[in-house]
Design a protein around this ligand. Sequence first.
Ligand SMILES: NC(=O)c1ccc[n+]([C@@H]2O[C@H](COP(=O)([O-])OP(=O)(O)OC[C@H]3O[C@@H](n4cnc5c(N)ncnc54)[C@H](O)[C@@H]3O)[C@@H](O)[C@H]2O)c1
Length: 281
Amino acid sequence: MLVKGKAFIVTGGLGAIGKACVLLLLEKGAIPVVFDRLNESDAKAVLKEAGAEAALYVKTDITDVKATEQACGVALQRIPKGSLAGGIHCAGIAPGRKWSHKLVDSAADFEKVFKVNAYGTFAVDACIADAINSQYPDDGPFGPRVTEERGCIVNIASVVAKPVPGRCLTYGPSKTAVLGITEGMADFLGPFGIRVNSVAPAVVASALMGPDRLPYFQNELETGCIYPRRVSQPAEVAGGCLFLIENSMMNDHHLRVDGGWRGTTLWSETHDPRAKAISLE
Ligand SMILES: NC(=O)c1ccc[n+]([C@@H]2O[C@H](COP(=O)([O-])OP(=O)(O)OC[C@H]3O[C@@H](n4cnc5c(N)ncnc54)[C@H](O)[C@@H]3O)[C@@H](O)[C@H]2O)c1
């Protein structure tokens, strides 16, 4: 798919990976429309500082499906007619808490994380797909299969989606859900000419990761990555997303951008290696 002149919604576009996706889309001549939680003037300042002032911005909370649907409506009004061709869904959270062996302590986090990372992914994919389809004549349910490519949606999952390590008790399964949502959406949207893929980053320095978790991961990456054994750059993740959008044969695909890291607990140590983990996600 040629992205030049086409519009793409980037949720979480004010975050580290989202901003990198916005910059790459701009570089390719596409029109990024950022959905994030900040008010318009603060968001514009963040985008300007990143060199992405040409991006459009619509404030929305992606856990609110009605608000996200409305935000897609605003996006459609602001972009050239018929140009919406997909999205990169980067909005997500990964709250950490002090390690506890009492599993019920994680139940509240589970609910909160699933609302954003799992339900939010369903809501975003649904709203973007409906918005893309709204640009074409409605043939009703089970209408003729379209022959032209309408678009592509990329969801950001995580290396810890599968296998899920025990230190990612809530965040990990929320990203496993992203894989399932991607599969289901790809199958549902195939007849509409919309592809759906996911990308799994390993560890990227960002607000989501926080400063205190990075040193722990640095050590895990050095031990667990095949090569390169380091933190990934947001632009490397964005490159994976763009590849999935641009290559029209990529559908229902889960792309790991992770240096061969498997993110599993390194059980070879004699003590419980998770004692060194800063937090339980
Ligand atoms: N940083 C990593 O190491 C890493 C690793 C694997 C996967 N990921 C995933 O990559 C994605 C992007 O993460 P990042 O590292 O850029 O984090 P980030 O914190 O820099 O960016 C996340 C963005 O999502 C936005 N957001 C969160 N909840 C929202 C909501 N309800 N509505 C609208 N916007 C919302 C935030 O405001 C923020 O701008 C996330 O889905 C994350 O789970 C990150």
